[in-house]
Design a binder for this molecule. Structure first.
Ligand SMILES: Nc1ncnc2c1ncn2[C@@H]1O[C@H](COP(=O)(O)OP(=O)(O)OP(=O)(O)O)[C@@H](O)[C@H]1O
Ligand SMILES: Nc1nc2c(ncn2[C@@H]2O[C@H](COP(=O)(O)O)[C@@H](O)[C@H]2O)c(=O)[nH]1
Length: 205
């Protein structure tokens, strides 16, 4: 059985990864599994355990690390964030496509282990827009926003380590760009080539 496609959507906090991912998953032709991350950060209003994140204590997170259960993890602005390994292994082995939405440190760790994935860096039009988005979201205090914007300047320098860069100027445009990347990736891993061959045969008939 063929393995699923691994897409890693990454980029600075506030660039719009979650917004773009949710819009992407509403597209009728997208059938990806979403990897729910684990974090030690406190839930925001409306966030649901097991849907947005698995919210755990630092001790619980460190036990997962010690047991080798994390595909990757990073400490970001004072909290742990990481990707449970079992879900990724099982989903890909079952031939299902999976999307990770993670920070830059984590994405580069996954790339070391799974270079066959597609690594997409979502970038803001500029840093001022990034800060405005974080302020507009209204979920972090100003000192945390400043730390996230400061982390972003180092993260944007890592863009060249990715396979693709996508500007999130408008959500619908970013979604279409990512859908094009997914098509290319499916062709690359030979998953839809038969459909194209059938199309060519029909055109030639
Ligand atoms: N293209 C866009 N234009 C304007 N605002 C946007 C755009 N994309 C997202 N936003 C807004 O920016 C804010 C941050 O978006 P979002 O929470 O999706 O970012 P994120 O990258 O997932 O952040 P984090 O990594 O911190 O979870 C939200 O208020 C969202 O509505
Ligand atoms: N390395 C990882 N980073 C992750 C993961 N899940 C989310 N994140 C990133 O953390 C920051 C902050 O997230 P927030 O929800 O507190 O705003 C952001 O860049 C996320 O993309 C993960 O599993 N591993």
């Amino acid at each position: 059985m063929k393995r699923g496609v691994l897409i890693v959507l990454s980029g600075p906090s506030g660039v719009g990864k979650g917004t773009v991912r949710k819009a992407l998953f509403e597209e009728p032709d997208i059938d990806f599994q979403y990897s729910i991350s684990m974090t030690t950060r406190q839930p925001r209003n409306g966030e649901v355990n097991g849907e947005d994140y698995f919210f755990v204590t630092r001790d619980e997170f460190e036990t997962e690390i010690a047991n080798g259960d994390m595909l990757e993890y990073a400490e970001y602005v004072g909290n742990y964030y990481g990707t449970p390994k079992k879900f990724i292994d099982q989903t890909l082995a079952a031939g299902r496509d999976v999307l990770l939405e993670i920070d830059v440190q984590g994405a580069l760790q996954v790339k070391e282990k799974m270079p066959e994935g597609a690594y997409i860096f979502l970038t803001p039009p500029d840093l001022a827009a990034l800060k405005e988005r974080l302020i507009g979201r209204g979920t972090e205090a100003m000192d945390v926003i400043d730390r996230r914007v400061s982390a972003a300047t180092a993260e944007i320098r890592m863009m060249a380590n990715y396979d693709y860069a996508v500007v999130n100027d408008e959500v619908s445009l970013a979604v279409n760009r990512i859908k094009d990347i997914i098509k290319v990736e499916r062709l690359r891993v030979n998953r839809v080539l038969p459909e194209y061959i059938k199309m060519i045969e029909e055109l030639e008939a």
